[in-house]
Design a protein around this ligand. Structure first.
Ligand SMILES: [Zn+2]
Length: 191
């Protein structure tokens, strides 16, 4: 459980530290509001996101299943500033298939922690590969990091792309290339 009163006390200290007056009207309830927001944004810490893949349903499909453009919003663990973007999750089932909404919940669960984009990508791939018991998993995350873009003008618009391949996608360059083509396909003109 997140200790909200403790966060509120710390935020009040930050306001003092930057030379602000936490007693002025606009800031009076800010510590409590930030505490409430952090409790939500870090709620993934108390959960095991991979549990969403324990169910699934039996299916003999053995072809690539790909869900593209899942929304992703997290906080970087180095600055506690948001990084936001999209996650693309592909896998080849081996007897069991997950609901699309379950895959979205896995991404969301790992995102709601102090995170690194690289680790988030690997955790989703491991969950889909190991928990779902798939033949292979491939995950690509594209994100903009506000710790870069808000502090340095020259990084505005830059996007960090991370990928993780497991199982057959790690072993077979052809299957990996096929999945990557589908992940990047249809995106031309989207930005
Ligand atoms: Zn950062």
């Amino acid at each position: 459980m997140v200790d909200e009163p403790r966060i509120a006390r710390a935020v009040r200290e930050i306001l003092f530290a930057i030379g602000e007056d936490p007693e002025r009207e606009g800031l009076l309830e800010t510590p409590e509001r930030v505490a409430e927001a952090y409790a939500q944004l870090f709620s993934g810490l108390a959960k095991e996101p991979a549990r969403h893949l324990e169910g699934g349903f039996a299916e003999e499909a053995r072809d690539l299943i790909l869900i593209r453009d899942l929304p992703m919003a997290s906080l970087c663990e180095h600055h506690l500033l948001p990084f936001t973007g999209k996650a693309h999750v592909g896998y080849v089932p081996n007897g069991r298939v997950a609901g699309f909404s379950e895959l979205a919940r896995v991404v969301e669960g790992y995102a709601k922690r102090p995170q690194l984009q690289e680790r988030l990508t690997a955790q989703v791939a491991d969950a889909v590969y190991e928990k779902l018991g798939s033949s292979g998993a491939i995950v690509v995350v594209e994100a903009t990091h506000t710790c870069m873009t808000m502090r340095r003008a020259e990084t505005t618009g830059s996007v960090a792309v991370t990928s993780a391949a497991r199982g057959i996608f790690e072993e077979d360059a052809g299957r990996r290339a096929e999945a990557m083509a589908l992940i990047s396909g249809g995106r031309s003109g989207s930005r």
